[in-house]
Design a protein around this ligand. Structure first.
Ligand SMILES: Cc1cc2nc3c(=O)[nH]c(=O)nc-3n(C[C@H](O)[C@H](O)[C@H](O)COP(=O)(O)OP(=O)(O)OC[C@H]3O[C@@H](n4cnc5c(N)ncnc54)[C@H](O)[C@@H]3O)c2cc1C
Length: 345
């Protein structure tokens, strides 16, 4: 099918006119490069917005013209289907940040790390440094309620971004501009109201506290080291982070490991030996391969342990049928210490 054959020939122009800000709407842009796992076919229409105002205009334009739209951050928590997205993909690059004493206000396309976290650290402001190394925009961080373990050595609890959120400016699903506090978000683990309402975060304000730069940098260094030991490097091993939701007290990764599913590979996707809950794109992987491997893991774990694994990533757009066939198993690289082994130490 021709990418946008279901729209009138003037749809691109109508979008551009409504968005304004000299925005260029592109057609048929392949989305894989805009995701961390590098899968996803073409979007009918694609626009990059550089300010909260243009973000708001782009969403309002799509709503007015009744064109389905998807707001894309770093693409770190989504799988886009190989057949792409029918409608408008809005890539959020609105990244202005301002600091007023302890209050840091960032547009929702600002990149958490390095941009926002390094900037706040350089101002001796603490509260965001826990989330170093996680690919995320500010908007994606609120959608997910970004989380990580509290600092070493105890790492006794999970910290959430909601703990430092002061307020956020939204374009609500009713097209209202609204400033909301944290209660509005109904935050939970991997949860916020943004999963259930089509509200758009335009900007967020965080209340941080003054700390010595050395202690902020220590947390950043230790957390980056922790991640480097346990997670595949995104630059060489594209992934979407954890695929399956936590099962309380058990851990999805542990179940997958116990079922000997590390190294299982379908097409270009493989369960990495480094971390059983992470699937890596070996370079030629597709969303169809990924879906097939996910189903295989779910079936094996259910069969061998009785637990049902649920995915924690969002599927976006149109998917081709999953790749057919059984997996092959790739050898564990020599000398590799796995995340599960590190957890036992
Ligand atoms: C290697 C790796 C490690 C990870 N580790 C962690 C971790 O330790 N902790 C953790 O919590 N997560 C982790 N993640 C998951 C991911 O980084 C987070 O979910 C991140 O917050 C996603 O942000 P994003 O900008 O990429 O959002 P995207 O994936 O682009 O979008 C996710 C959803 O958010 C919506 N969205 C994005 N921006 C806005 C906005 N402005 N307003 C409303 N909705 C919006 C999108 O429409 C979409 O529905 C990891 C991922 C990877 C790849």
């Amino acid at each position: 099918m021709v990418a946008n054959e279901c729209y009138g020939s003037d749809t691109k122009r109508s979008l551009e006119d409504r968005i304004g800000h000299q925005t260029v709407v592109k057609e048929g842009i392949v989305l894989a490069p805009y995701t961390t796992i590098k899968v996803g076919g073409p979007a009918d229409f694609f626009v990059e917005v550089n300010s909260a105002d243009s973000l708001q205009s782009a969403v309002l334009a799509a709503r007015k013209l009744e064109i389905p739209y998807f707001l894309l951050g770093c693409g770190a928590n989504i799988i886009i289907g190989d057949a792409g997205f029918r409608g408008l993909v809005i890539r959020n690059m609105a990244n202005h940040i301002s600091i007023d004493q302890h209050l840091v206000t960032a547009e929702s396309g600002a990149i958490m790390f390095p941009d926002l976290i390094e900037l706040t650290a350089s101002h001796s402001l603490s509260g965001l440094e826990h989330y170093v190394g996680i690919p995320s925009t500010v908007g994606g961080a609120l959608w997910q309620n970004l989380h990580f373990l509290s600092p070493a050595p105890l790492r006794e609890r999970t910290m959430f971004i909601e703990e430092v959120l002061e307020f956020a400016d939204l374009l609500t699903e009713e097209n209202e501009y609204k400033r909301v506090g944290i209660d509005y978000f109904e935050f939970g683990y991997d949860q916020s109201i943004l999963h259930h309402r089509d509200d758009i975060v335009l900007r967020a304000c965080f209340r941080l506290e003054t700390k010595l730069q050395t202690s902020i940098h220590t947390v950043m260094k230790e957390n980056l080291e922790w991640r480097a030991l346990r997670h595949p490097d995104l630059h060489t091993e594209p992934s979407v982070g954890s695929i399956f939701k936590k099962i309380k007290g058990i851990g999805a990764g542990r179940l997958i490991d116990e079922c000997d599913l590390k190294g299982a590979s379908i097409g270009g996707m493989v369960v990495t030996h480094r971390h059983a809950n992470i699937i890596v794109n070996q370079g030629h992987g597709t969303a169809a391969d990924l879906q097939s491997l996910i189903t295989y893991i779910q079936e094996q774990v259910a069969h061998q342990t009785g637990y049902h694994l649920e995915t924690e990533i969002e599927c976006v757009g149109e998917f081709d049928p999953p790749t057919q066939g059984d997996p092959v198993f790739l050898e564990r690289p020599e000398g590799l210490v796995t995340a599960e082994e590190l957890a036992m130490r």
